[in-house]
Write a protein of this length. Structure first.
Lengths: 309, 308
């Protein structure tokens, strides 16, 4: 049987200033530009992290406003696209299918549909493989000519939904994600949930907020020392740091949050823990929400809850 | 379906009390319970973040060595499917019923082509980690003794015929080959195999005598914890075999050392993400030194020849 959804494949984000955003993502964050194209009349820049094998993990799209165009998850087998098409249609969710390369350079075969929160979600198979920056014979552990922060890979996406429970049910029941953690309000309803397919604490997470909102997307760093060095790089370049290096209660991860030059929030993340398929979810209560989000300070700045894109 | 991850390693030790002191005070594992196995004294241990009953079983035996190693499968139906695949391959499979083994339900056991006993299990008694499921702190209590790794990571066994073992683990058990070391004739000298952990290895096989255990490894969160572990090992007079250093293969950061009865342990961190369709990395014989220990670039004879 197929492994179905494996992990987050890419995010496409809207940026009102494509050249400024491209300069930031390549020179400060240290991603690699793999292509330029356009779709629906909008210019696009395709980017990947150095250790990723596939064509892109971030697509920047020229648009009048910022925010998330769509999120895409990788499936293990081509048949999984049919499997999920059937499951989605069985719950009356319209599905659009796209041939390989139809959506852009390097793009695999894909299906797209809308989540209950209004987010456009894609499942993709057969992305063009362009290789990481290392040979497959006797590879050194890391390339030498990286610029900026240079995270090895994309890690997760965090979005907003008016109805967190509907979003969570959809991702669990239809897309077969597993719940790892939740923050419950005193009346018992879910304020935020964390969902995975990769046996890590989260591949996608959702918190109460406006439908279609993007809270942030995150890149993996190898360890806490990498997070500290990244904060040095961000501060040097005058990037607005939202939350300085600290630790989450939820996911146990180490983190720093900051904004790209057009206002989309980015995160660098490391840590976490192993998740078995029958992992019992962790629950955080409303009165401990501060520690759930930022464990050391136990409180969350208003900006973290109210600013999104 | 598939093999998820390493669940536990069962080992024989000629001094159970000394080994228990080392694994609890220096390695910093939790002693779960004591008992007997086949008439010998035994003890069960786990790491602080593991929810399963145990990840290490030690039992007294005059001669140190590997009893067996156990992997957890992804779903309950997998045991039956693997039993059929193993029998089709020609392996002798025995079923262990619920209640026969401490801390777990039904399992299947068989001999792998290199002579070690392997076990597959789905149902494991969940005893929880040290943190619980309601507003848990992200870190363990600060007073844990020793190195205190959060979990077991992988196992490396020896095989006279590495290629045969690799074929068995990939074709019959569905493990994924991530890296290999080839000699000048194209023969596999070592292979690294992944279950469903998206990591470079859950099991590795290196050329050596059949039936032997090279080491098993505990996960640490980062290089700084590897450095601190080396301090703890040196303070306690533990014999360090290699490191702290870095592997070329797996990219991991590592220390190898010996428990008081001569069984090799490792602490490991790092690596990289592995998709199921990832292309295999190959190391050539002339670069084997860097593949093993990237900074030193030497093929250590003790490392290759000493095993349990």
């Amino acid at each position: 049987m197929s492994d179905r959804i494996l992990r987050l494949q890419h995010v496409e984000v809207r940026v009102p200033d494509l050249e400024l955003a491209a300069a930031y993502y390549t020179e400060v964050l240290g991603l690699v530009e793999t292509a330029r194209s356009s779709s629906g009349g909008a210019e696009q820049v395709f980017l990947k992290c150095w250790d990723e094998q596939e064509h892109h993990s971030v697509v920047l799209r020229q648009a009048p406003t910022y925010g998330l165009d769509h999120m895409s998850f990788k499936v293990a087998e081509r048949d999984d696209l049919d499997y999920f098409t059937d499951k989605l249609q069985a719950v009356s969710v319209p599905v659009k299918r796209y041939a390989a390369r139809e959506l852009g350079p390097g793009w695999g075969e894909a299906i797209r549909f809308e989540a209950p929160s209004g987010h456009l979600v894609e499942l993709v198979h057969g992305m063009e493989r362009v290789g990481n920056m290392l040979p497959m014979t006797n590879p050194p552990p890391r390339p030498q000519d990286l610029v900026g922060i240079a995270p090895p890979r994309l890690d997760h996406v965090f979005v907003m939904a008016e109805d967190v429970e509907a979003f969570t049910r959809f991702f669990m029941d239809v897309l077969e994600f597993r719940l790892t953690e939740q923050i419950l309000a005193n009346d018992g309803h879910q304020l935020a949930t964390f969902l995975e397919r990769s046996h890590t604490p989260h591949d996608v997470a959702v918190i109460t907020g406006p439908n279609g909102g993007l809270h942030h997307f995150a890149f993996w760093m190898d360890d806490w020392n990498g997070i500290r060095e990244a904060a040095d790089t961000l501060a040097y370049h005058g990037v607005e740091i939202d939350v300085a290096p600290t630790r989450h209660g939820v996911t146990r991860g180490y983190t720093t949050y900051f904004f790209d030059p057009v206002g989309n929030r980015n995160e660098l993340f490391t840590g976490g823990y192993w998740v078995d398929p029958d992992f019992e979810p962790i629950t955080w209560t409303e009165e401990e929400m501060g520690r759930a989000i930022f464990y050391y300070h136990g409180q969350v700045n208003e900006r973290f809850f109210t600013v999104h894109s | 379906m598939g093999i998820l991850r390493l669940a536990h390693v069962d080992v024989r030790t000629p001094d159970l009390d000394l080994a228990t002191a080392y694994y609890t005070q220096v390695m910093g594992l939790q002693l779960v319970q004591r008992g007997t196995v086949e008439g010998s004294d035994a003890a069960w241990f786990k790491c602080w973040d593991e929810e399963d009953h145990h990840s290490l079983r030690l039992r007294y035996h005059p001669r140190a060595g590997l009893d067996s190693f156990t992997f957890r499968v992804e779903s309950e139906d997998d045991l039956h499917d693997f039993e059929k695949r193993l029998e089709a391959y020609g392996a002798q499979v025995s079923r262990v019923s619920r209640g026969e083994a401490v801390g777990q339900g039904e399992s299947i056991r068989f001999e792998v082509p290199s002579g070690q006993i392997m076990e597959l299990v789905w149902e494991i008694e969940k005893t929880g980690n040290l943190l619980g499921k309601r507003n848990p702190a992200p870190a363990p209590p600060p007073d844990l003794p020793g190195i205190a790794p959060p979990r077991v990571d992988h196992l490396l066994v020896n095989a006279e015929e590495v290629a045969e073992a690799c074929k068995f683990f990939t074709e019959v058990l569905g493990l994924r080959l991530t890296e290999q070391v080839l000699d000048g004739n194209g023969h596999q000298l070592g292979v690294w195999l992944a279950g469903r952990t998206n990591s470079p290895h859950d099991l590795a096989v290196v050329n050596g005598p059949n039936g032997a255990l090279h080491h098993w490894a505990y996960w640490l969160d980062d290089w700084d914890h590897i450095r601190k572990a080396a301090d703890i090992l040196a303070f306690n007079g533990v014999q360090i075999d290699q490191g702290p250093t870095r592997h070329g293969v797996t990219r991991g950061n590592t220390i190898y050392f010996f428990d008081p009865l001569g069984i090799r342990n490792e602490v490991f961190t790092g690596g990289y993400w592995v998709d199921p369709d990832k292309e295999i990395i190959t190391w050539t014989e002339q670069e084997f030194g860097k593949g093993l220990f990237y900074y030193e670039n030497v093929v250590s004879q003790r490392f290759l020849r000493m095993h349990t």
